[in-house]
Write a protein that binds this ligand. Structure first.
Ligand SMILES: [Zn+2]
Length: 394
């Protein structure tokens, strides 16, 4: 009788679910194209709307509404987000199941990375956040209900302290990854078949600059000149390159391994830069820009991050930079929607050295000695940051 009731309920459930889809006219599809992403809402500014997450391709998504350029995706019963239409590929052959289950979790390590593998019935959408004190990566998998009765921790995992999970809503499965070190060194999320893979970067064993691989990105270039100087009309692209090369030189003097996204006047798109940097698997990345404001009085240096776990490097660079005479503190800014602040794969910092739209700052930017000071202050900030990582080791 009980068994009959359960079967009966499942049938009813499925029928109701199927009916809802027809009534709401949802369209099933998969994520496609380069770097699909979800926005929380329809807000936006010059850098776009607030992003919930980047997603892998081939992920099952259900569009329930549509607006110019976007589909509203129903992630779970209570959560939705907006996906660019160019990242949606309609697929009516998909038979959407009434629910999807999770299976076992595996935590393991290879010679370079730690890995968390989450076995699922289907490639489902996810989002992740970084938490600090203590440091954790928290991943929500939408449309997934727990049938996880087996979590294997292998000793080959070096950076991951613990992994556990929680069913936060009927159809939202949360995976919590506790890290050994306070500093987040980055992670990548993608699917291998129906297995969600989280590749976690370990804290480097030797935290000195000569053991680091550092990516330096000179902003703009080629057909993208960036901002221009208020009195001299100098192009941002030329001065970001001069400063980036100075930083490179200062880092090479410390015997760091440096990767430059450009060394000349190349035109590079943001996606291209991201792909180039990702392929190098750097320990961290700094993108050099010069700021501009419609208000001429605004001046000073600023550093930007998107994820809280990546804040420390940007904070140390900011604190070091403001020691330069004549350079004001515009601030250390979080949740920033700059494309190169988006990757979770490595700590990254957008450095807006000074304002081209301010006359005093423009004079600094023109001065080669200032470029040298910037390079020295960046190196100093990085050294202090790495020292603090050492101090915070378990
Ligand atoms: Zn710029």
């Amino acid at each position: 009788m009980i068994r009959f009731l359960i079967t009966f309920c499942l049938v009813i459930n499925y029928a109701v679910y199927a009916q809802n889809i027809i009534e709401s006219k949802s369209i099933s599809g998969k994520t496609t194209g380069k770097q699909p992403y979800l926005d929380y809402g329809l807000g936006g500014d010059r850098l776009g709307g607030a992003k919930m997450t980047y997603l892998d391709t081939g992920i099952l998504v259900q569009a329930v509404d549509s607006t110019i350029g976007r589909y509203k995706i129903q992630l779970s019963k209570n959560r939705s987000a907006w996906l660019p239409k160019s990242n949606f590929e309609k697929d009516t052959s998909i038979e959407v199941k009434p629910y999807y289950l999770t299976a076992s979790l595996l935590i393991t390590g290879d010679e370079k990375y730690d890995w968390v593998t989450v076995s699922l019935d289907e490639k489902l959408p996810y989002t992740s956040i970084q938490q600090i004190n203590p440091s954790k990566i928290v991943i929500d998998i939408f449309g997934a209900t727990s049938n996880t009765n087996w979590v294997t921790h292998r000793t080959s995992a070096k950076e991951i302290k613990n992994v556990y999970h929680e069913q936060v809503e009927d159809d939202v499965f949360r995976v919590i990854i506790e890290l050994k070190h306070q500093q987040h060194w980055g992670y990548s999320i993608f699917y291998e078949n129906n297995k969600l893979m989280i590749r976690v970067k370990r804290q480097p064993e030797n935290l000195s600059l000569d053991k680091m691989k550092i990516a330096i990105d000179a902003g703009h270039g080629g057909n993208n000149p960036g901002a221009s100087g208020i009195t001299t009309k100098i192009a941002e692209k030329n001065y970001t390159l001069l400063i980036a090369k100075r930083i490179e030189l200062a880092l090479l003097e410390k015997e760091a391994d440096v990767y430059m996204t450009r060394r000349g006047n190349e035109s590079l798109g943001m996606l291209e830069r991201e792909e180039m940097i990702n392929a190098e698997e750097p320990d961290f990345m700094i993108s050099v820009h010069l700021n501009s404001s419609v208000r001429e009085s605004v001046k000073g240096v600023s550093t930007y991050y998107r994820y809280i776990g990546f804040r420390p490097m940007t904070k140390f660079i900011q604190e070091s930079m403001i020691k330069i005479e004549g350079l004001e503190d515009f601030g250390n800014i979080g949740s920033f929607n700059f494309a190169l602040s988006g990757p979770t794969d490595y700590p990254n910092c957008l450095l807006e050295v000074a304002f081209l739209s301010n006359k005093d700052d423009e004079q600094l930017i023109l001065n080669q000695d200032f470029h040298k000071q910037v390079a020295e202050r960046v190196v100093e900030g990085l050294k202090e940051w790495l020292k603090s990582c050492k101090k915070n080791e378990d």
